[in-house]
Design a binder for this molecule. Structure first.
Ligand SMILES: [Zn+2]
Length: 297
């Protein structure tokens, strides 16, 4: 257990803020991905980890206890993420469970953090799919329970790669003074678009996964914030390129190394290439947020 090694901050050596997820989305991914043995009830979720016989359960109470023990700074309440293209009945059921589990998470969170000098924050996730009535019912219900911040849940990106309209609609359903988190958003152009709709924080695998695949982000010519292009570092054209990945970037990779060197690291399968690429992509995203904030006067 992570609490036995001093919590997530000590374990990772990271003293910046850490957000933990409820684990719900991962379970639903399993459920929609086909494996039998995942069942959802008003009390929580039972599931089986691939290759293991034993069934496990995730209840709202367990979800909060695990996250508190982990020692994260922002925790997420357990929510029920509907399948893609779920019908109206299913969306309403998901919202019912999200509200029921949200209330149970809130109670458990208050029990677990009572008496603490500095309490972490508890965020909830607004579900409801593409049904704006359900999104609104979910937002209102969660606001009534009361959380420190709110996230957009479900599928945020259309098949053509832009934000779904509900991302903006949900932002309008919530008060301006509360933090908004965009789960699973995204590529720089979508992140910038969501930021301008009112979202403050984001999480996504894209910056690190793309880095490992040799897709490094740089700005592209264009007026829209977040307009980007890739430096596909494995291409032979970079083998003799002495320039940094991005001459405006102040990351450890760009300050010290050339495209040619990073290309070489990828070519020989040296893992430090992945690491430098990851550092660059993460810095590209934090620089993008910095620039959005500077222009947000
Ligand atoms: Zn860089």
């Amino acid at each position: 257990m992570i609490k036995d090694v001093g919590g997530i901050h000590a374990f990772t050596g990271w003293d910046g803020p850490i957000v933990s997820d409820s684990g719900g989305f991962q379970i639903y991914s399993l459920a929609s991905g086909g494996p039998k043995g995942v069942s959802i009830s008003p009390g929580g979720v039972t599931f089986r980890i691939q290759g293991q016989k034993k069934k496990r359960s995730l209840t709202p109470e367990k979800c909060i206890r695990y996250q508190v023990q982990m020692g994260a700074d922002i925790l997420f309440a357990l929510d029920d993420c509907p399948r893609d293209h779920a019908d109206k009945t299913e969306l309403a059921e998901c919202v019912d469970r999200t509200l029921g589990w949200g209330a149970a998470c809130r109670e458990e969170f208050d029990r677990q953090t009572a008496g603490q000098d500095t309490s972490p924050l508890l965020f909830a996730v607004v579900q409801g799919g593409d049904d704006l009535d359900q999104r609104s019912r979910c937002a209102d219900g969660l606001l009534e329970i009361g959380f420190d911040g709110y996230g957009f849940g479900g599928w945020p990106i259309t098949d053509s790669g832009t934000l779904v309209d509900e991302v903006g609609a949900v932002a309008e359903m919530l008060p301006d003074d509360l933090p908004l988190h965009g789960l699973g958003i995204g590529k720089p152009d979508n992140l910038a678009a969501a930021y301008m709709l009112g979202y403050d924080t984001f999480d996504c695998t894209i910056p690190t996964r793309d880095a490992r695949r040799g897709r490094l982000y740089v700005d592209a010519p264009g007026d829209a914030p977040g307009t980007f292009q890739y430096v596909r570092i494995e291409r032979e054209s970079f083998a003799r390129d002495p320039r940094p990945i991005d001459d405006r970037c102040d990351c450890p990779c760009c300050i010290r190394y050339s495209r040619a060197y990073v290309h070489h690291l990828f070519a020989i399968g040296e893992m430090s290439g992945h690491r430098l690429a990851t550092l660059h992509n993460l810095r590209y995203f934090t620089r993008l947020i910095e620039r959005l904030r500077e222009s947000d006067v």
